[in-house]
Design a protein around this ligand. Structure first.
Ligand code: GUN
Length: 285
């Protein structure tokens, strides 16, 4: 079998058209969705992500505010800035780019963001609401994965989903979203015994480990759906995922490439969440 490619770039473009329409509708009602992004320090990858987020806002006609802070900024200064943004009416989403410098407590920072503006979906209140199936901001990469499957017409109820990786940003929440849609979910991680035994049971396999080409053909059941969340550089400096694409795509039913797979969905869902927040602010005020 040669896998069908799930083209994240095309699906993201389609979703962005829908989001742009909603931005127009909200502007007609007098609200321009606004996103504030806080970048602390000068991490090269973080700067690239932040630039892409600003660009996406502009393309969709949204308001974006970039706040840059020095690496040495105190935790108090950062918390004060977040408190100010929590009270700023034209800002509907607040994102603090992670990772933060070591002297700043990430958990404390995340918890200081108003859950009503937590468009990353990282605040414990949003995580709890997601777990209990209530209205919540869903974390962007996991949410993007669900949209990719929905748009591809892949049914989820009853499927066995195996998640490799247990980060707070991707692994843990994506498993929960699948469970919410009646999948059977197995979590694997660096201490899992006999990883291939588990991954070979997967109808849908989520690779979110951050190790280049970690998932090989031997890990994959014939016809499985493979979602590659990795963004790595191989020894030659080329962008690659967590999945050995060439050999796995010979065996899988569907596969996301890297780039142009999951990546474009993350920022798209961030835009979606910001617009959702702006819309919800209208019914609250
Ligand atoms: N760093 C890497 N991914 C993310 C993300 O989705 N949100 C934030 N805030 N920081 C990140």
């Amino acid at each position: 079998m040669t896998a069908q490619i799930i083209n994240g770039k095309d699906i993201a473009a389609k979703k962005r058209l829908e989001i742009a329409e909603e931005v127009v509708r909200l502007k007609d009602l007098g609200v321009t969705p606004g996103l504030a992004v806080i970048l602390v320090g000068n991490n090269h990858a973080s700067r690239t992500y932040v630039t892409n987020k600003e660009k996406a806002c502009k393309e969709l006609g949204m308001h974006s505010l970039l706040i840059e802070m020095q690496e040495e900024v105190s935790e108090d200064e950062l918390l004060t800035k977040i408190a100010e943004l929590n009270e700023t009416p034209d800002i509907h989403g607040i994102l603090v780019q992670l990772p933060l410098p070591k002297h700043i407590d990430e958990k404390k920072v995340i918890e200081s963001i108003s859950p009503l503006k937590d468009v990353d979906g990282f605040h414990p209140i949003n995580i709890g609401r997601m777990m209990t199936g209530q209205n919540a901001f869903l974390p962007c990469t996991p949410y993007g994965i669900m949209v990719l499957l929905e748009e591809t017409g892949i049914s989820i109820p009853g499927k066995h989903v195996v998640v490799v990786g247990r980060s707070n940003i991707v692994g843990k929440p994506v498993g929960q979203l699948f469970l919410n849609q009646d999948a059977t979910v197995t979590y694997c991680h660096s201490k899992t015994n006999d990883l291939p035994f588990h991954t070979n049971q997967a109808d849908i396999l989520i690779a979110a480990v951050g190790i280049p080409n970690f998932i090989k053909a031997e890990h994959v059941k014939n016809g499985a759906v493979i979602i590659d969340v990795g963004i790595n550089r191989n020894e030659a400096g080329k962008l690659c995922g967590d999945v050995a694409f060439d050999e796995v795509s010979e065996k899988a039913g569907y596969i996301t490439p890297v780039p142009k797979g999951v990546g474009p969905m993350t920022i798209t869902m961030l835009m979606y969440n910001t617009v959702k927040s702006a819309a919800e602010s209208l019914t609250r005020d």
